[in-house]
Design a protein around this ligand. Sequence first.
Ligand SMILES: Cc1cc2nc3c(=O)[nH]c(=O)nc-3n(C[C@H](O)[C@H](O)[C@H](O)COP(=O)(O)O)c2cc1C
Length: 392
Amino acid sequence: MDLRVDIAGVTLNSPIISSSSIDGMDGDRICAVSEYKLGAATTKTIVKDMQQDVLPNMKAVRGQSMMNCVFGTNLTAEQWFNIEFPKALKAGIPIIANMAGTNPDEAIELAKGCEAAGASFIEYPTACPHMGNILEAMFPGLKIPLPEVSDPGDYARQIEAVKKAVNIPVIAKFSSIYHLTCKTWARAVEDAGADAISAADSIGPVMGINIEDGEPLLGGPRGYSGLTGAAIKPLVLRMVLEITEEVKIPVIGIGGISSAEEAIEYIMAGASAVALSSECIFNGYERYGKIYDGIVSFMDRKGYNSIADFKGLTHKKIKERFEKKREIIQEIIVPECNTQKCIGCGKCATGCAFGAITMKDKKPVFDEGLCHGCGFCTSVCPVKALRQEYYA
Ligand SMILES: Cc1cc2nc3c(=O)[nH]c(=O)nc-3n(C[C@H](O)[C@H](O)[C@H](O)COP(=O)(O)O)c2cc1C
């Protein structure tokens, strides 16, 4: 079985990448996380003049999601070039240098510095929509408009400039705020010379409130932040599907991955590799290795020999829905219960909005007259005991 993947001519020994976040905060941390079957590790965003973070800047959101308003790296670019890259390279895996300049010349200078320091890729993020008001408060007089979502021209020109400055592949990293225009953005960066796309960074601005005193949960003038983790996964998964329909360059799927199953979903949506952060903040960076092992078990069970065997499978399935005229199904299929598997928890009955399920002798009984065939019960069953195959 072969889990190697190719991203713009660079072979990764594993499809799992640590995304730009706390696990890329310095060279030592990159070495520590690289032990867990990573194909590549990403630095936190390297900027020329780093800023001190505002506090508090990270809060958990119900359901394995989180809000953050952290800046990029807390180290200077010089420290990255001279101290952290040499340390990170000892991990023996490709290093993705995530970096951002405040103007095109600075971006070019940083990109050259990262390449000279040994990075295998440059990753260039789009703007974080929650950062503007924090920076405006820190630097009175500064005005940062909300990011332009319909016109990718400015960003594509930055990608083009960075691409011309280095010989290593350049990855364009999109924020989730571009989810409705992601095809346009993908086309623009591919045309500008990007070698790959990573999707996505957080969505926002978002906020939470402490109801004891009414304070916004996070720091900064309004407590605005970016949302990551489980909440963004369904949205980014669809982005990855659409981006991979639009362009030929490889895509790295990032957003809410907490299990092998979710990583596999991204690969089926067309991603060549996946990256994650929030899950490892919640549950430790050993999770990278567990997700890798889970993909191995899945491939073993399904008889797949390589990632290519199931990459983009969902594109084919969507095509088939049209070919077989199965894009709209309206005949109800009432679920069937495998009573051997069922543990009698009753989650299906509680979750049935139509009152179609009652528990008898700790097993669900379906009322065919009341069942709307929606499928929700099958998705809340913790042991996958309910069967309802609309596309079998
Ligand atoms: C605490 C935290 C810090 C982050 N810092 C950066 C960063 O410096 N640069 C960047 O491009 N993305 C950054 N991200 C975004 C992640 O790389 C990733 O795109 C996003 O969190 C979605 O993945 P996840 O749901 O697995 O966390 C950060 C995310 C978190 C949670």
